[in-house]
Design a protein. Sequence first.
Length: 178
Amino acid sequence: MGGLTIIVPVKAAVPNVTAVRLDPVTHNLVREGVPLMLNPYDRNALEFALRLKDKYGGKVITMSMAPPSGKDFLESTIGMGADEAYLITDRAFAGADTLATSYTVARSIQRLFPDFDLIVFGEETTDSTTAHMPAQVASWLNLPYVYYAVEAEARLEDKVIRVTRYLEDEGVYEMYEY
């Protein structure tokens, strides 16, 4: 096919966090009956990936570890331009912390997309704001990672990606090449 194969893990977010309650026994978020939407930061990541696809060709694949009700929000990523979308779901995943979630996402990427070129994450999630997933998934996959990317360029013939990030506090740009 040529071009880049870009994976964008996305998360189902709730439009109104106050509508979510905690289960008194498990202390997990109860999302049943609460509409889900694409996490806004993941929307930014998807748009970033789609710009790379427009420039270099290839395909953008979204994936999410979510309850079955996450199917609708995941389908919205196809409407935005993703080529494929995958829902990873099992009752055993309910209440998973970021370490378990990142492990599941990393192993799913390895199994489903062994020849991917790039993984693009959103900055954080609106419901937990932990921002752990990018580093944890990179760690499980033994990959380098760059937070706060603002630009990426690819040399497809060399399989090299140059990523630029902006450090707001320092007011500087940094470039990384992999």
